[in-house]
Design a protein around this ligand. Sequence first.
Ligand SMILES: Cc1cc2nc3c(=O)[nH]c(=O)nc-3n(C[C@H](O)[C@H](O)[C@H](O)COP(=O)(O)OP(=O)(O)OC[C@H]3O[C@@H](n4cnc5c(N)ncnc54)[C@H](O)[C@@H]3O)c2cc1C
Length: 375
Amino acid sequence: MAQDFDVAVVGLGAAGAASLHALARAGVSAIGLDRFVPPHDHGASHGETRMLRVAYGEGAGYSPLAARAKQLWREIEARTGARLYEETGLVYAGPHSSPFLAETWRAGQLHGLGLSKLAPGARSGLGFEVPGDWRCILEPGAGFLYAERAIETLLGEAQALGAEIVTDRRVLAVRPTEDGVEIEADAGGVRARRAVVCAGGWTAGLLPELAPLLSVERRTIHWFADPERARTPAAGFRPFYIEDEQGLAVYGLPNWGGTGVKIGEHIEGVAQTSPEEVDRAVHAEDEARLRAMAARWFKDLGPVVKSQTCLYPMSRDQDFILDRLPSDRRITVLAGLSGHGFKFAPALGEAAAAMTLGEAPPLDLSMFALSRFAP
Ligand SMILES: Cc1cc2nc3c(=O)[nH]c(=O)nc-3n(C[C@H](O)[C@H](O)[C@H](O)COP(=O)(O)OP(=O)(O)OC[C@H]3O[C@@H](n4cnc5c(N)ncnc54)[C@H](O)[C@@H]3O)c2cc1C
């Protein structure tokens, strides 16, 4: 049977937009489908900004991938003229016992990222206070991405290179056939030789064999007023990641363009939910919990000017899943980005495209293989 496309990409959040982009750049005929109109606020890829760090506290093994992604973001900026990345530097703070900070420092040393330790005297002007005996690290080459603009740009360039994009189209099943993969959808299905599934928190519904490895958590983010513009990059305020003695972290991004200071929490043990059942309203207790955590470092947080809910599609070990399905090698999955995947999108998309086309990815990403979960 004739196939409509070489590759179909299911889901066009950060992961799928980047995969489609890489496939289009590789010159294959590709189609991307999404149940909404990306960029949208139903999944994990919205909220204006995303941190980009290369000294990687989750594991120094991520640093080459982050560096590759940063290079690719820069190349996309140069080709399209879109401004996607602000290199503001980023400050990490936490007690000396923090494994995350220790790994951040180690990754910085291992990969020559020019990190510096900020002594208590050098910390005034950061815009927050941390105990004098804490570890405080500056990563000068880190910064933040414009999330929705980045997705628009990836999709725009993919389309300009010939990729087809179908929105408001819900994929119901991804089914291997004798000579390809059938993408069944609520209107007009598609046949392709291969498929890449990047459905974020919806992935387990499409690939039930992966359900034991995936879960979904709910997070909220809040923007705090900054009327005096004291927390802008121009005022020396940088993105930050502060972890306390219990390992609870708040992270934030500066007031950029007058939207306020964005602050979120990175915590463990959050109840599992699903994209269908998740409570998408933001409640007073969400803001109160975050405000209480942040108040230790920020004495004068203004009122909240905006809040959003967001999904964290998690893998069982919080490392990404990027592999071809053992049950059918024509289907690649890129999922479980576990609350830290946006920065990597173009490098993950590049690798997903290579794998799908039967080529070796530019970097060894075997740490994301499904075989790591084998009993
Ligand atoms: C609050 C918050 C803060 C974060 N901060 C950072 C950060 O600072 N730095 C960083 O690197 N990362 C960060 N992350 C993580 C990062 O944003 C995510 O890892 C990444 O956006 C996940 O992208 P995704 O494409 O896997 O998922 P999604 O964005 O959820 O995309 C999945 C897509 O699949 C589509 N889809 C699903 N099912 C179907 C179907 N059946 N048919 C068709 N389409 C379908 C959905 O509509 C959606 O567009 C943060 C995440 C959150 C929530």
